[in-house]
Design a protein around this ligand. Structure first.
Ligand code: PEP
Ligand code: MN
Length: 316
C-alpha cells in the first residue's frame, strides 16, 4: 500500500508510523510517502486521520504501477527529457566497451555528427568467461569523462558489482545496471539512494514481476528516476542470441509508469537483424533505443558480432 500523509504530521511521528507499518519512508519536497508491503490493504484505524490519500495493489508492483501514477514518469538527463508528455525516442549508442582513447573518440565523434546526445560504453564488463576482456575499469571511466567534456555528451556506463558502484555513480549521467547485475541488491539499494537516472536491464531469465520488483528496490529507496530496458530473454530458440520480448514491453507500457528503452543489439546478437528490429522497437512507441556501434566491429573486444559499423548506423 502507498500512503500519502498529510503535511501536518510531525517528522518524529512519521518515523514511528513507518516503523510500525514496516514501511519505506520517502520524503518529497511537500509531502511524505509511506510504502508498506502490498499485503496491507487498509489503513489501520489509528492512522486514518493522518492520511491524505492511499493506494492499494494486488502485489508488490506499487510505486512503478500505472494504478499509482497513470502516465509515464518524466526523467531528466541533464537537458534531455524522456517520458512525461515528450514524444522523444532517445537514441543511446556507442560501443559495448571502452577499449582505447582512439576508439571512444571515434564513437563520440559519430554521436556528435548525428546529433545524438548520449554515448554509452561499458568499463566494467560482466563477461561470461573470466579469460576474456573485462573492461578498462577506472581508466575507461576517465576516458568517458573526457568525451563528456570535449563533446558535451551525456554518458551511460554500467555497474557490474558493488565494489565500484560509487565510482560509476560519480562518472555517469545515467547508471546502467546490466542483465546479470539486476539481482544484486547491494547495487539496487545503493542506486535507490542516488539522485541519478538508472537504466535497469531485465535479466534474461527474469519474469516481468521480478523485473518490476527489482525496479521497486530503487524506487522505494527514494530514487524515482528508473528506466526499464528490455534486452531479450532466453527461450528455447538458439538461432538468435536471445528473444526480444515485445509482448512483455506491451505489458510494461500498460501496467507500469516507467519509461522503457529497447535494446535490439543484445537481443539479436547478430548485426544483420539490428536495423529492422530497431525500427520495430520504435513502432512500439517506447522512450528510447540502445544500439551498439563500433568503429571496427571485427576487432571489438566484446559483443563483436552484434555491433553495427558506423556506416550502417548512419543509414539506420
Ligand atoms: C551491455 O549492455 O553491453 C551488456 C553487457 O548488456 P546486458 O547486461 O544486457 O547483457
Ligand atoms: Mn554489449
Amino acid at each position: 500500500m502507498i500512503i500519502h500523509l498529510k503535511n501536518s504530521v510531525a517528522d518524529s511521528d512519521i518515523a514511528k508510523i513507518a516503523e510500525d507499518l514496516k514501511a519505506f519512508h520517502i520524503k518529497k519536497p511537500d509531502y511524505h510517502v509511506l510504502v508498506t508491503p502490498s499485503a496491507m490493504q487498509e489503513v489501520p484505524a489509528q492512522y486514518e486521520s493522518l492520511v491524505e490519500e492511499s493506494f492499494v495493489f494486488p502485489n508488490d508492483m506499487q510505486l512503478s504501477s500505472a494504478d499509482y501514477f497513470n502516465a509515464t514518469r518524466e526523467i531528466n538527463i541533464n537537458e534531455t527529457k524522456i517520458g512525461g508528455d515528450t514524444n522523444n525516442t532517445m537514441v543511446i549508442a556507442g560501443p559495448c566497451s571502452v577499449e582505447s582513447e582512439e576508439q571512444i573518440t571515434q564513437s563520440a565523434e559519430l554521436m556528435k555528427e548525428l546529433g545524438i546526445g548520449t554515448l554509452r560504453a561499458g568499463c566494467y564488463k560482466p563477461r561470461t568467461s573470466p579469460y576474456t576482456f573485462q573492461g578498462m575499469g577506472i581508466e575507461g571511466l576517465k576516458l568517458l569523462d573526457k568525451m563528456r567534456s570535449k563533446y558535451g555528451l551525456n554518458i551511460i556506463t554500467e555497474v557490474r558489482d558493488t565494489t565500484h558502484v560509487d565510482e560509476v555513480l560519480d562518472y555517469a549521467d545515467i547508471v546502467q545496471i546490466g542483465a546479470k547485475a539486476m539481482y544484486d541488491q547491494g547495487i539496487l539499494r545503493r542506486c535507490g539512494q542516488a539522485r541519478k537516472p538508472i537504466l535497469l536491464k531485465r535479466g534474461f531469465g527474469t519474469n516481468l514481476q521480478e523485473f518490476v520488483q527489482a525496479a521497486e528496490f530503487i524506487l522505494s529507496g527514494g530514487n524515482d528516476e528508473v528506466i526499464l530496458c528490455e534486452r531479450g530473454i532466453r527461450t528455447f530458440e538458439t538461432k538468435t542470441r536471445f528473444t526480444l520480448d515485445l509482448c512483455g514491453v506491451a505489458y510494461l507500457k500498460e501496467h507500469t509508469n516507467l519509461p522503457i528503452i529497447l535494446d535490439p543489439s543484445h537481443a539479436m546478437g547478430y548485426r544483420y537483424g539490428v536495423p529492422d528490429l530497431a525500427r520495430a522497437c520504435t513502432a512500439m512507441g517506447v522512450e528510447g533505443l540502445l544500439i551498439e556501434v563500433h568503429p571496427d566491429p571485427s576487432v571489438a573486444k566484446s559483443d563483436a558480432a552484434q555491433q553495427l559499423n558506423h556506416d550502417t548506423f548512419r543509414d539506420l
